[in-house]
Design a protein around this ligand. Sequence first.
Ligand SMILES: [Zn+2]
Length: 162
Amino acid sequence: MNIYLPHLASRKPPVLTVDIEENFANLPSLTPIRGQVTVSHRGSFLEIKGHAQTITSLTCHRCLGQYNHRLEADIDEIVWLKAVDKAMEDELEDLDEHLAEDGTLEVHDLVYQHLSLNLPFQNICAPSCAGILPAQTDVLEASNLSDSLDQRWEALKKLKQD
Ligand SMILES: [Zn+2]
């Protein structure tokens, strides 16, 4: 899923469409990641358009239960290309937003980044999720365990008896 840019530039027309249907090791999902990405070489930049989707399994931040989440990403991005010698001179940080003319576009990585950005900030299984309810039994068990250790539980025990 890597596109070597000089190859793309030499195509007539210089456009390549990549179909994706696979599992990404770094993005656990219930279904393969499906999508399509079209990369057009426009001389000084790449025009990248596409779409990807999958079903991920997330852990609810409120109740800690697992739930399925439909994850989608629309890709519409411009990546500027740099002349080979110029890319060599520039700072490393610049290379994130630019690609060298003779570089390689990693489609897998691009799709992964777009999907990751669309992961929810807060994982909530449902708007009505009540979270973890304080379980009454836990309190009772704790009181039994602590009977001999902590006299304060005596008061609680007395209340229950009353
Ligand atoms: Zn929940």
